[in-house]
Write a protein that binds this ligand. Structure first.
Ligand code: ADP
Ligand code: MG
Length: 695
């Protein structure tokens, strides 16, 4: 008897019986190339086909399903568009008329005597005076597939055109029989026991073909645990590595410059800012590099925390670097630092991708010297060739805009400099543990005094005149107005054109008594800086802008923010934009202008109208979009979860974290024989996510 060859786990799935080159192509579209990838392609949902009702029990106007045999078949062409196939089908006790629309292939394939699993809606057809079962899903039963298609809980997979549930299910069953015996359990027995986990092989079987609900839940629990465990282990090891081996020179603080800086500010730092600054200054005096995330809502005053940290580097005779995600923001930091620090004798240098060659050369020559200074820049700062000599401390502003790698690259610019990461995007606890689990955290928990949260309303384009009235009203009180248009890459040209057109229209016919500025990403750095400066100094009262103003722009006198086509923005982005106003005390207004009334009812728009609490909004965002979509996390090297849900599976996440912690504590190099398989599993994950470069 010749047996089909047994594939190894990482063999191409093409050689599985019945798959072949064409099947392999289809599977490839689902991201499945190997045997192991096939068995870890999990069902989207399940159908409980352990029992099903008799045909006579099908209910009118509802979807029902059942196993039937074809009695007779007929086809009819209605016009040249609509093909209708009808069959009398029987369950052995009674019959019903099954009807398919536009399924040409049925004409050749449907024959009396065949067994089918059908799903459809029972409708009354008055014309023909009969009940008809309008079929939406057809599965052909054969001896081979029958045992995984009826009489059990049946997996339903996400498919691709040309692939049927029946085929995929048949392949899956074969693949599981082949793969599971080969798969070694990576966890030591003690861990399985302690965490009450099902074995991996059994979990693979039961996630596809659960015998009952309990088996499914246990299988899912094991597999979700796995999805959390390895990333938590990677984070734990990285943290251990940083703590034990990455020694850093402590900064020697005189406190001189930081004292002068705070004295020169036109306000007193809030308690919260001071507390975070204390955390930072304590960190930089240790022999272990600072690795701290500062989280503070938009407008909480993170820039001053950054400034103090940078000055600490300068005080101890080194350089401090701060990297911002946009040209505009880098420029703004540069101006603020220059104004406040030049009088203290601290040199501030700017590095961006758009500088002239001359400016760039001058900056580079400063950076290559030993002397202390502060450098402000964009992504340009982490270019391979750029050298920052004597870099002692690095700040990444709006860190969620950068990936994990960017933060490592910056660290590489020095001999393990102290690092500070700042973000306004509040991160729910579960995400904090997964995406940022290796960082220490400080939270700026209070806003500067006198902030009044903006009032947010939503409206539609039709009400433009009302919006203009509000703007003109505030302008007449001496206030300033932001008007924002979306600009996304896919439709960049059209978006830009509509922003420019709006600018011209607003200047010519609405805000005639005022100066209107235009800001967008295509402008040169100098042009952008000029426009912003004019707005800052109130030489322009209205600023029409694409989303380049999203982060960091700070003009307290601006109290109105109008956002056109608000439905096209993400929740986090809208919250950031809104954070531009409400900074000067007194009333401020954010108007979300939606394209249609339907849009205005959207969940994101509603959430923004209802709350200004960034943390709540982040939770809502996580619920609405799932974690993968959250700002910057994809880039941040977050795994895509197949099964895990960061909100509902938080307890499992904590369990995985605890177990990973125990492994790190007992065997930080994973050299113990019991951890052999965990070690190779982790190596695979590191490779897939590009985490290898992190340590
Ligand atoms: P973000 O946290 O969003 O980066 P910024 O550092 O840009 O916030 O600060 C926002 C605004 O608040 C700036 O105008 C800044 O000068 C001002 N600010 C910062 N700290 C204080 C404070 N303690 N009291 C009053 N205003 C402050
Ligand atoms: Mg900021």
């Amino acid at each position: 008897m010749s047996e089909a060859p047994c594939l190894k786990l990482h063999d191409a799935v093409q050689y599985l019986k019945g798959v072949g080159p064409h099947g392999a192509q289809l599977l490839d579209k689902l991201g499945v190339r190997t045997l192991w990838e096939l068995v870890t392609y999990f069902p989207r949902e399940y159908e409980d086909r352990r029992t099903w009702p008799a045909l006579s029990a099908l209910k009118p106007d509802t979807v029902g399903y059942g196993l039937v045999r074809v009695v007779d078949v007929s086809h009819r062409q209605a016009g040249n568009r609509m093909g209708i196939t009808k069959a009398t089908v029987s369950d052995g006790k009674s019959t019903v008329r099954a009807v398919w629309f536009n399924q040409k292939y049925l004409k050749a394939q449907l024959k009396p005597g065949q067994d089918l699993w059908l799903k459809g809606r029972l409708n009354w057809n008055g014309h023909e005076d009969e009940w008809q079962w309008i079929i939406s899903d057809t599965e052909w039963m054969s001896a081979a597939n029958r045992e995984v298609a009826v009489g059990c809980i049946v997996p339903v997979y996400a498919l691709t055109a040309g692939l049927s549930q029946v085929r995929l299910r048949t392949w899956m069953r074969q693949a599981i029989l082949m793969a599971v015996p080969q798969r070694v359990e990576p966890y030591p027995h003690t861990m399985l026991q302690e965490a009450h986990l099902m074995g991996l092989g059994q979990a693979i079987v039961d996630i596809h073909f659960p015998k009952q609900a309990d088996a499914y839940h246990a299988a899912r629990r094991r597999l979700v645990f796995d999805e959390f465990f390895y990333p938590q282990l990677a984070i734990g090891l990285r943290r251990y590595h940083v703590q034990t081996t990455m020694k850093s020179d402590p900064l020697m603080l005189s406190g001189e410059l930081t004292r002068h800086y705070t004295a020169r500010l036109p306000y007193t730092l809030t308690q919260a800012q001071q507390a975070v600054i204390r955390d930072v200054l304590a960190d930089v005096q240790k022999t272990q590099a600072m690795n701290r995330l500062v989280q503070g809502d938009v407008g909480s005053g993170k820039t001053d925390v950054a400034a103090v940290a940078l000055l600490a580097a300068v005080e101890s005779g080194g350089k401090g670097a701060v990297m911002a995600p946009t040209e505009v923001l880098a420029h703004q930091h540069f101006l603020k630092f220059q104004t406040l620090l030049s009088p203290l004798g601290v040199k501030v240098v700017l590095v961006t991708g758009k500088q002239s060659v001359g400016q760039r050369q001058a900056a580079l020559s400063e950076l290559s010297k030993e002397d202390p200074l502060i450098v402000v820049g964009t992504h340009a700062l982490i270019q391979e060739a750029l050298v920052i000599r004597n870099l002692r401390l690095a700040v990444v502003d709006e860190q969620h805009r950068f990936g994990v790698l960017a933060r490592t690259e910056l660290r590489r610019k020095g001999a393990n400099p102290h690092c500070l990461f700042m973000t306004a995007t509040p991160i729910p606890r579960s995400l904090m543990l997964t995406a940022y689990g290796d960082l220490d955290k400080s939270i700026i928990s209070e806003m500067p005094p006198g902030r009044v949260p903006p009032t947010t309303t939503s409206t539609v384009l039709d009400n433009e005149n009302e919006i203009f009235r509000l703007c003109l009203d505030r302008l007449s009180e001496g206030r300033q107005v932001y008007i924002v248009f979306p600009l996304i890459e896919e439709s960049e040209k059209i978006d830009l054109a509509s922003a420019v057109a709006a600018f011209e229209r607003l200047q010519a016919s609405v805000f005639t008594g005022y100066k209107v500025g235009l800001l967008h990403g295509r402008m040169t750095t100098r042009e952008k800086a000029e426009v912003l400066d004019r707005f800052k100094s109130n030489a322009a009262q209205v600023l029409v802008s694409t989303t380049v103003i999203e982060v960091g722009i700070d003009v307290p006198n601006a109290t109105v923010m109008v956002i056109y086509h608000a439905e096209r923005f993400g929740l986090a982005q809208l919250h950031q934009l809104r954070g531009r106003i409400g900074r000067g005390g007194g009333r401020s207004d954010c108007v979300l202008v939606c394209t249609s009334r339907e849009d205005a009812k959207g969940a994101r728009i509603k959430a923004l109208v209802e709350t200004t609490d960034g943390f709540k909004l982040a939770q809502i965002d996580l619920k609405l979009r799932g974690p993968g979509a959250l700002n910057g996390l994809r880039q941040a090297g977050m795994p895509d979860y197949k099964l895990a849900n960061l909100i509902t599976d938080e307890l499992l996440l904590l369990l995985a974290r605890e177990m990973a912690g125990k492994v790190v504590a007992s065997d930080p190099t994973l050299k113990q024989p019991t951890h052999k398989w965990i070690r190779s599993e982790l190596a695979r994950l590191n490779q897939r996510l590009g985490w290898g470069r992190l340590n």
